[in-house]
Design a binder for this molecule. Structure first.
Ligand code: 5GP
Length: 116
C-alpha cells in the first residue's frame, strides 16, 4: 500500500493540527503520545513520507535510529523509568493505526502495568 499524506501525523508534521512537540530537526519530529501507555510515552516521527518501516528509505532509517536511541535515553533519564520499551507496528493486523512511520518510546516502571 502506498503513503497517504492525509494521515494524522502528516497533518501534525505540516502544522495543520497541534501536538505536544518536544524536539524537531530537519529529519524528524519527537512528540508526546496523545493516549500514553505510560507516563512519558513519546513518539519519534521521521519527516520523510513513508507508510511504515516496510516502505521506508534505508537512508532515512539510518538517520532516525540514532535519534530513537537518544530519545530513549533522554526519556529514561527524564522520567526515572526502570526500563524502556521500543515499539513499532507495520500495517493494521500488526497494530498500526496511524499510517506514517513512527517509533514508540514507552517508559516502563517496575510494578506498574502499561496502560494503567
Ligand atoms: P500505532 O498503533 O499506529 O503504532 O500508534 C499510533 C499512536 O499514535 C497511538 O499510540 C496513539 O495514541 C497516537 N496518536 C493518535 N493520534 C494522535 C494525535 O493526534 N497526536 C498524538 N500526539 N498522538 C496520536
Amino acid at each position: 500500500m502506498s503513503y497517504d499524506p492525509s494521515n494524522i501525523f502528516g497533518k501534525i508534521l505540516r502544522g495543520e493540527i497541534p501536538a505536544h512537540r518536544v524536539y524537531e530537526d530537519e529529519t524528524a519530529l519527537v512528540m508526546m503520545d496523545i493516549f500514553p501507555q505510560s507516563r512519558g510515552h513519546t513518539l519519534i516521527v521521521p519527516k520523510a513520507p513513508s507508510r511504515n518501516l516496510l516502505d521506508a528509505d534505508p537512508a532515512a532509517l539510518a538517520t532516525v535510529i540514532p535519534l530513537v536511541q537518544k530519545v530513549a535515553n533522554a526519556v529514561k533519564h527524564a522520567t526515572g523509568a526502570d526500563g524502556i520499551r521500543l515499539a513499532q507496528f507495520n500495517e493494521a493486523p500488526a497494530g498500526q493505526t496511524v499510517f506514517h512511520l513512527h517509533f514508540h518510546v514507552i517508559p516502563v516502571y517496575e510494578g506498574v502495568a502499561l496502560g494503567a
